[in-house]
Design a protein around this ligand. Sequence first.
Ligand SMILES: [Cu+2]
Length: 602
Amino acid sequence: MNGLSFSRRKFIEGLGAGTTAATLLRSSWAAPAVSDTPQELRGTEFDLAIGERSASFTGRPRVATVVNGSLPAPTLRWREGDTVTIRVRNELAEPTSIHWHGLVLPANMDGVPGLSFHGVAPGETFTYRFPVRQSGTYWYHSHSAFQEQIGLYGALVIEPRERDPVGYDREHVVLLSDWTDRDPLALYLLLKRHSGYFNYQKPTLGDLARAARDAGLEPTLAQRGEWARMRMNPSDLADVSGAAYTYLANGRTPTGNWTGLFRPGERVRLRFINGSAMSTFDVRIPGLAMTVVAADGQNVEPVTVDEFRIATAETLDVVVTPTGADAFTIFAQSLDRTGYARGTLAVREGLEAPVPELDRIVYLTMADVGHGAGHAEHIAAPSEPTGHAAHTAPVESGASEHAAHAAHDTTAAAPNPPQHPTSERRNPGVDMQTASPAPRLADPGVGLRDNGRRVLTYADLRSAFTDPDGREPERTLELHLTGHMERFMWSFDGIPFASAEPLRFRYGERLRVQLVNDTMMSHPIHLHGMWSDLEDEAGEFLVRKHTISMPPGTRRSFRVTADAPGPWAFHCHLLYHMESGMMREVRVDGPGEGGHEHAAHS
Ligand SMILES: [Cu+2]
């Protein structure tokens, strides 16, 4: 085990125990009401108190976990080059923590209980202190239990030391999130028992008839059969839907209508943050083009779009120039089209613009989950041959294996048949493997294709700088995103966090991480402590990010410079996927310093 007294097992157990305490409080406790107007704090010294407040987003009061009394937490404004000190006082009856999402900092300041530190015990104050080595839009959130689901998240805005290359007259943070009245632990356990519980959009007989009319009866029935055989449902776009969630913009419901002011003709910078636990949003502002200027806090070559998809934990900065109307709706519909967050840009408070209808739901196709026609690789039945020989991960190169597979996989859609790790075979936690994964960086994604709007894709994002490292990766580490839909089990390479060994990065190396999504869900994958430099289809540096969205059936790669010694978390940012095991420890064995208690251990 590692040098901290927390074992991995205890880390997981701790999550449940803390939430049970919150559950007890929930039924018997009345607290002051939460503020929906977070403070904006700037400077180098900060005092944050984590406590409980009563929140009522649906008319029923519930307990929220909040910072300084507000949901979202205060917006913190820092300046690149400063050293910041943040004293976090825990006024809860359970341990807590704050993780600074996307920040490059010493491992013992990263705020992940069990890896970076022991967490902040009830009644204690933990002091974070570290130099700020970057600028842009980030966020912070709890990394303890399910606190992030019930309110513990806030915006982090870091001003550049030098002149900002992005010109703008005013700015607003737009922090999107998902609130539930349910106890998050109960919600999680419900998903474990009935993973499709919130999926109210299963195709009906009427849908079948319509699809048959459009596509012909035979292909429709064939595809239905394929889905049934895979024991999945083409409407499985989100695990938790609007049936359980109220979507928020800056802590306001759609009716609450958060409003940001502008004067006509001003350049307004909007700092979008997806601070949700489980939701992907498709965002547009009808009547306004949006010029994307930064992704995950890092400047990109400006690109103008009508709409963008933002995965959990991503941030995106856009500049708009509202003119010609007094009000514009910021419309952020959930990927599964079961609800939306909404705000308004207006010349004064109290104005509204029309709110669009939710888009029609678009079902996943076999191609969406990485299966060409006839290529379903449902592997739940152990006797069923997988179709491909299994190889041991990590895979260093796909070239030779490619030749070996050419004989039985010659479709154009599958130029690189995947090699699946042996740990995925006969694994009760793995119900599916992709047969023809591809980067699909230029794909707007399910539900956004051909909708008549210019939709941002990863292929449009180009860092405003060249590869900051410049070296070619010395090796490739391949990891498969795996899961079992019905059991709501999630993992990397079929191995959940609790039983996985740490991934080892050599200090100073430049390596390529290649991800293959073997599941039919999207997973936003986040590496702590180091940048994820997304590569294009040719393996060249494209854009610097901290969270890489992995739609079903994709294979995407990013470069990492292992310049940060210590233990780091690496996980899916869907909260309940992380809790169920889609997480690994990444250990950078350092030059003896900065790695906290782990430095001496190997
Ligand atoms: Cu996930």
